[in-house]
Design a protein around this ligand. Structure first.
Ligand SMILES: [Zn+2]
Ligand SMILES: [Zn+2]
Ligand SMILES: [Zn+2]
Length: 343
């Protein structure tokens, strides 16, 4: 890993382009694009996949008794909490948000600014294979994972107590993944998270008082220009956004205007697209740590426009005081160059 803005990198080589400010068309946030400064960030290299259960891993098949009882699983009818699953969902053993059924001890904290952390914290074990993420196993496993994302969001919507369902995946220790076994997480939040709120406002401001969608506009522009496109399939486009916050930031966006991920009818195609993109990260960037998340519409009580998408943020540089203290991201690889590398 290399820091993006270390003091040793303050004098760019003579041929390095001048830094440029780019404003994100949705959030209106400024990013400093300082391409060509210092060496290109790189990751240490992929671990060799091993198709073996790990003795100590609570998520491996055969160790089901080491986790809380499963919430649901993609497995043959009638069995539960034993091997034979493709994707398995369990409550997080260390939940950040607790369900109403488990609220003992949280009732005390009630005031306008202090309330019980009621919600959902689930772990989605993406594959039975300990050391192979779904995109290495293949599109069928990625598809099973995506279908489970959809099913869990639909279940939270039906239960009616959740405002926002946030699905994330942390890949690699440097992206805050605590257990090696491939897994995603679902957070059922009792409020709209700030990032989504800013995006929703951005959709309103982009087309004030009239219909139209800023992300549909972005797709059109990205395709016309072509320089930031990584992959285009029938129903999805994958590209590096204009104001990429970090090197190789990548978005997967459905071409069809649509508010909600959970309504997506093209999950098999999305699985193919994700498998291709994440394997290209693995091959061309040496299996970097990354985070991805599904940005979808609030489950209840929202009227602002939106267009769902998946954001993938590789973690090849470290955030410093400018990013954390001022919210100004510094990106050392231009999105045009990033897309050309990943294509
Ligand atoms: Zn495991
Ligand atoms: Zn749209
Ligand atoms: Zn987003």
């Amino acid at each position: 890993m290399t820091a993006g803005t270390g003091p040793g990198e303050t004098t760019p080589p003579a041929e390095a382009p001048q830094p440029e400010l780019r404003r994100d068309p949705i959030t209106a946030e400024w990013v400093i694009l300082a391409a060509g400064r210092g060496k290109r960030p790189h990751a240490p290299g992929p671990a060799q996949p091993v198709d073996q259960p790990d003795e100590d891993c609570p998520f491996c098949p055969g160790h089901e008794e080491r986790t809380p009882p499963e919430v649901c699983a993609n497995r043959e009818e009638g069995s539960c909490d034993r091997p034979g699953w493709k994707v398995r969902v369990i409550p997080n053993r260390f939940p950040l948000l607790v369900s109403g059924a488990n609220r003992a001890g949280v009732e005390r904290a009630v005031s306008p600014d202090r309330r019980p952390a009621l919600g959902t914290s689930e772990v989605i074990v993406d594959t039975p294979v300990h050391n192979q993420p779904p995109w290495v196993v293949g599109p069928h496993q990625t598809r099973a994972m995506l279908e489970m994302y959809r099913d869990r969001i639909l279940a939270l919507k039906k239960a009616g107590r959740t405002t926002y369902a946030h699905i994330i995946r942390n890949h690699g220790a440097a992206a805050a993944s605590s257990l090696e076994h491939p897994h995603s997480q679902l957070f059922g939040l009792p409020f709209i998270p700030p990032t989504i709120d800013v995006e929703l406002d951005g959709f309103v401001f982009a087309h004030p008082g009239k219909p139209g969608c800023v992300l549909c506009d972005i797709i059109e522009e990205v395709e016309k220009d072509g320089a930031r496109v990584i992959l285009a399939s029938e129903n999805f486009i994958v590209f590096c956004p204009f104001a990429s916050r970090l090197p190789f930031e990548t978005w997967i966006v459905p071409r069809k205007h649509s508010l909600r991920f959970e309504k997506c009818e093209e999950l098999p195609e999305l699985a193919e697209v994700m498998t291709t993109v994440l394997n290209s990260f693995r091959e061309k960037l040496n299996d970097p740590p990354f985070n991805y998340w599904v940005h979808t519409y609030p489950l209840h009580g929202e009227s602002r426009p939106y267009h769902w998408h998946i954001e993938i943020l590789p973690r090849l540089t470290l955030a410093g005081g400018l990013e954390l203290g001022a919210g100004v991201w510094v990106n050392t690889v231009s999105p045009e160059e990033a897309a050309a590398t990943l294509r």
